[in-house]
Ligand binder design. Sequence first.
Ligand code: OGA
Ligand code: NI
Length: 344
Amino acid sequence: MADIPESFMQPLEDQPNLSVDVEFDAKEIPVFDISSINVNLISEIREACKIWGFFQVINHGVDKKLRQKLETVAHNFFQEPLEQKKLIKRDELNPTGFHDSEHTQNVRDWKEVFICFTQDPTEVSASHLLEEVGIRNLSNRWPQHPSSFRETCEEYGKAVSALALRLLHMISLSLGLPVERLDDYFQNQGSYLLVNNYPTCPNPKLTLGVGPHKDPNAFTILAQDEVGGLEVKRKSDGSWIPVQPIPEAFIINIGDCMQVWTNDIYKSVEHRVVVNSTKSRMSIPLFFFPAHTTLVKPLEELVDEKNPARYKGFNWGKFMANRNRSDFEKQEGGIISISDFKIV
Ligand code: OGA
Ligand code: NI
């Protein structure tokens, strides 16, 4: 097998074991038809969130032609010469645009990405420091080519954001909360869309498209193409279970913010992406983020004397500013994980 650059090499314990046959397990992650909402569906969503932290949805109302159109223009964008893509490179102040050197746990991911906020501009905290109250408005960066890339991303972002709100309602109901209980946190939301392109890899046993991680947001709505590669760490035994590609389905997973809101009733779950030597792969996640001004803490309705709050409240914008900063410089003592807010 060919070599790959050192920076992409996963430590031995994280290298994927690509020979295990997991076809059967792949079907365990539940798939829900959400064309109509009923009590049964809500209780199944609750179970899925508790057991897996992941589920898939079909009949979700997002036009499949729109998704195909985005896949096509995004493919054309990634085909552009690297110098062209680098004209809209992500930087320390503004995470939008093109990026090809993402690291997860200090190992480089085998992928390139395009990022845009779903609200343009998006208001964020100007600094990670608690004492600095300034805000910054960030505008999306768009490539010149393909010419329809911008409008397609914007249209798709709107359609999936509408689905995000419906899912937020279902999740609120599944927690026994009023349907619109969480809506206000998303008034000025910081959500963003990512297009991940995973090129073919000469030695997929040594590296990962995305290393093991949890998503920080409330939840993620991900479209994966037919190639497959996303794997979820099963809670019961810690083994890596692939998420079966289903045409037109979206994969939903719980993030850290929801874990804090629910006081650990729903937990964010570790996942990763394996790559392969024959087919490139595309995935398009929408990360559903609350407004940066949100004080994130366990919801009062889910806390009582028997079940006290497990996290201190914290400012969402500062938390994210800290995480973004840690992508650029190694920092000492920065708050980048919700476990830093755990009440012990
Ligand atoms: C991510 C992620 C999964 C995938 O971008 O956070 O987990 O299938 N992506 O691309
Ligand atoms: Ni993820």
